[in-house]
Design a protein around this ligand. Sequence first.
Ligand SMILES: [Zn+2]
Length: 236
Amino acid sequence: MKDGNTCRLCLKSSELQESHIIPRAIIKLIRDEGLDNRFYELRNKLTQKIQDGPKEYLLCDDCEQKIGRYEKYFIEAVHFSKHDIEIKHNRQFGIIDNLNYRKIKLFFLSLLWRMSISSLPEFENVCIGGNEETIRKMIVREEAGDSSEYSVIATILLFSQKMEEGLLTTAFVSKRRPSVYAIVLGGILYQISSAHQNSFFPAELLLNESDRWIMPLTDFYDIPFLREYIDHHFEQ
Ligand SMILES: [Zn+2]
């Protein structure tokens, strides 16, 4: 370990844990036997089955557990409707109610931060520069910031009118807006702004301080970079 044993989050010297960059619970969704249509791809150009997801020595045990709590909340709320979460759908939107903004925002901050500090090839295109340090401090202090800071929006992807929770992709950087990173986790496309303030995203769709998050439903193939990704990786 070239950085010795310094935890990247709290900066204390400690024995480091192997951290998952993508939450392990998301990997488990892919491997869920109940899902009939699964994707395994993470690495560019190499088709490989994900066993345990990409991981790297980054954090001390305390920090790993801190981030783990946000991951747990994220997956339990969005995919298993725990914590009194209510999820409704109509033809255009999925609507999640009773969401804890602070916990879920800290999950996305920690995801963006981990992808950026990671040296793994899956995340080499994620580089948020000086925002790494700003976000590190927010995570240490457990401050989620307001909805306009490092904003997050989500789109539920449909295949033949159905959501596909087994879908996971690597991270994409927007060509038009270089400060926006996109990743599909559990069949939902998340776009995270690495700009401290941005006005690109529609305000009504932001993950925000109310307890409601509105996610549009969109056919997977209507999103050009995802269509290209699938065409590139899964053509026979
Ligand atoms: Zn630490």
